[in-house]
Design a protein around this ligand. Structure first.
Ligand SMILES: NC(=O)c1ccc[n+]([C@@H]2O[C@H](COP(=O)([O-])OP(=O)(O)OC[C@H]3O[C@@H](n4cnc5c(N)ncnc54)[C@H](O)[C@@H]3O)[C@@H](O)[C@H]2O)c1
Length: 668
């Protein structure tokens, strides 16, 4: 399609003539049928809500069609209004716009809905089963139209995918402010989400789906590699391993599918259990899984051989993780590192397949007999924990990988609690990412080249590597390992061929690194070394952006981990320090009601004023969280914020005075 036609279609918004009905494309991965949760009165309300987007002359046709969608899929996606053009990231100049920044945001949105990137593209879900960019196609069309006509003196307000409208503002204000799934706290259960989403009034934005910042599998491969690498370092001192370390986990889905690839980059043998043969096929055909086993005995022989010959190899077991843990325990297979990445943030609707049922039996029972299915899930979790406990008694290091495994297992009554009521096992943030990364400000800094040109990406890789190498020269011992890992990563990044969709890259950096890299990019745009602006952002798996008591903030021990001031403050602070767009979400990773996370995007357009803004905003975006972690008495964070205060004029952070435990014990 030529650029002029594409521009016209974007500017059209809701078409004035009804488009043809679209056939349901069976070749596309579709969202599962959602729970039939609305009462008859509420169904009428959902329909009335959906029709709000259209002129009354369409209502007669659309009312019936949308009622069918609600009945058949549990949601009204407005399939008929899905555009005919290919939705994917394009060169920034291909988007119709009066604001360069708005065009960059359109690029990011279209990337999140690209069929090669999104999990359920026709249901506007980018990842995680329910991570939505919009609730329906009318919202998409209207949002793109608004972005195409807005100026730098307007701000677009997004309520859970719904574009409330363009409001007058000023050039330094964010161009878009997004909120997803924000509800009154007492109305934040899983079923509340089902109900509000079916009514068309709220959505689950996950982390980077509803904030337009998803960059395909690369982000998760990098994060998983860093986690596994550091887990190996953590245990290597006491490990009984002679030969390759063995990593066992579950899930070869959207994000979990990164585990075998990451384990291979980290140099381990991995065995990942997956019940869905389609998911295994995808990862195997991609080359992320080397070998697939259905027969457990053959798998065990293969593991022994890999260990004997010190092979680095990724193996998949087609079956249930519970059976795998049990069989490995019965056969004395020593597992060095264990985790779980079933989708337990969504335990009752297909996120976790219980042992004792086949994949197909589970899928039927989820809608036919949800209560019985819940019983199976709970029983399976109890068995899984029993088997894992047998392994950890023999030295396995097990960690929760941010999928609510510990939480749901405890709710299921599994033997997962210590006598003091704490979980037996740490979250990966408590042991690994928190003390090694987040407390020092290291987090998932990412960028997207708006030219959509791989050559620009290669230039940015070089700039990032040389910038970090310069920083490394004067870096204190506390952060050298993180810098080294990320310098190595960025130098190899091109070779890993992980770009899917937009020309994007990720690495972990602290405030100093993020600012120096962003500043160098901005200057390269100004000098024409990069052919178009660059968007910077991050996912929400970071030092400041996310309050998630069993994940990002699980290593906060002053009792404040159930508060969400940090995430809310973060977004407010970013928005008046120069972010191009900001977003705040309920949910993301661990489930609705379990986390608040915030994010930003910033367009580096080469202007000097942008250079000033990026410094101010990134400094806040990282140091807010370090200051909070320091106040919680985390050693690394106290070190990092003292260091920051020494080099940043006007930064004054309240430091904790550390009380003597003996004194506390004496008085209470
Ligand atoms: N902390 C992090 O950085 C991080 C990273 C990635 C994922 N996660 C979490 O991990 C979970 C998985 O994410 P995803 O995007 O891969 O989800 P997904 O739903 O795409 O994949 C999960 C996979 O697990 C499989 N599965 C479910 N039950 C199973 C069982 N009992 N045995 C074997 N396989 C089973 C499913 O078939 C599915 O393919 C989510 O809860 C996510 O939030 C956290």
């Amino acid at each position: 399609m030529i650029s002029a036609d594409f521009k016209k279609l974007i500017s059209e918004g809701i078409p004035s003539v009804l488009p043809q009905v679209k056939p349901y494309d069976k070749n596309i991965n579709h969202a599962p049928k959602r729970k039939d949760i609305l009462t008859k009165t509420e169904k009428k309300l959902a329909l009335k809500n959906a029709l709000r987007y259209f002129p009354v002359e369409f209502h007669e046709v659309l009312a019936r069609e949308f009622a069918d969608e609600l009945k058949n899929y549990g949601r009204i996606y407005m399939y008929r209004f899905r555009p005919d053009y290919e939705i994917k990231a394009r060169n920034i100049n291909d988007y119709p716009s009066r604001s360069l920044k708005a065009a960059a945001i359109m690029l990011m949105i279209t990337n999140n809905l690209d069929v090669d990137v999104a999990q359920h593209p026709h249901e506007l879900i980018t990842y995680g089963g329910n991570g939505a960019v919009f609730q329906n196609w009318a919202q998409y069309r209207l949002t793109m139209k608004y972005l195409s006509e807005m100026t730098d003196e307007q701000t677009l307000v997004m309520y859970s995918g719904h574009p409330l409208g363009l409001f007058p503002s000023h050039p330094d204000a964010p161009r878009v402010v997004v909120s997803n799934g924000m509800v009154i706290p007492n109305y934040s259960s899983q079923d509340h989400w089902e109900r509000f989403n079916a009514l068309g009034v709220s959505q689950y934005g996950q982390m980077t789906a509803g904030s337009y910042m998803y960059i395909g599998p690369q982000g998760i491969v990098h994060g998983t590699t860093i986690t596994i690498l550091n887990a190996c370092r953590l245990i290597s001192k006491n490990s009984k391993s002679n030969g390759q370390m063995l990593f066992v986990s579950s899930g070869l889905g959207g994000m979990s599918g990164a585990q075998p690839k990451a384990a291979k980059i980290a140099g381990l043998i991995s065995v990942i259990a997956e019940v869905n043969p389609k998911a295994i096929k995808t990862r195997h055909s991609q080359g992320w899984v080397d070998e697939v086993f259905v027969d457990m005995d053959k798998l065990i022989s293969r593991v022994k051989k890999a260990r004997e010959f010190s092979e680095t190899v990724s193996l998949a077991y087609q079956g249930n993780i519970v059976d795998l843990w049990e069989k490995f325990a019965d056969n004395d297979i020593r597992v060095d590192i264990g985790s779980d990445q079933t989708s337990l943030h969504n335990p009752w609707a297909g996120g976790y397949y219980p042992a004792g049922l086949t994949f197909d039996e589970s899928n039927m029972m989820i809608s036919d007999d949800p209560e019985k299915f819940k019983w199976y899930v709970r029983k399976s979790l109890v068995r899984q924990v029993e088997a894992i406990n047998r392994h950890t008694k023999n030295g396995t290091y097990f960690f929760d990988y941010g999928n609510a495994f510990l939480l749901e297992s405890s709710r299921a009554g599994a033997d997962i609690l210590k006598p003091d009521g704490e979980f037996r096992y740490p979250s990966y943030v408590q042991d690994i990412m928190g003390p090694l990364c987040f407390d020092y400000g290291f987090g998932p800094f990412r960028w997207v080249c708006c030219s959509n040109d791989p050559d620009d990406l290669a230039v940015t890789d070089k700039i990032a590597a040389s910038t970090l190498e310069k920083i490394m020269k004067g870096a204190p011992g506390e952060i050298r390992q993180q810098l080294e890992d990320n310098i190595h990563w960025i130098k190899e990044a091109g070779k890993n061929n992980l770009v899917v969709g937009s020309q994007a890259r990720i690495l972990y950096a602290d405030a100093e690194g993020r600012i120096a890299i962003a500043d160098a990019f901005n200057k390269a745009v100004a000098k024409g070394k990069l052919s178009a602006p660059v968007v910077i952002g991050r996912d929400h798996h970071d030092v400041s952006g996310t309050d998630s008591p069993y994940r990002e903030t699980s290593n906060i021990y002053d009792g404040s981990k159930f508060t969400a001031d940090m995430a809310v403050q973060n977004v407010i602070g970013d928005s008046f320090r120069g972010a191009t767009w900001v977003s705040i979400h309920n949910g993301g990773g661990v489930g609705w009601g379990e986390v608040i996370n915030g994010g930003f995007g910033m367009v580096l357009d080469g202007l000097k004023s942008t250079g000033d803004k990026l410094k101010m905003m990134l400094k806040w975006d990282v140091n807010n969280g370090i200051a909070r972690r320091s106040w919680a008495r985390n050693d690394g964070a106290m070190f990092a914020i003292e260091r920051e205060m020494n080099r940043t004029p006007r930064l004054v952070v309240t430091m904790p005075s550390i009380a003597d435990d003996k004194l506390i014990d004496e008085v209470i």
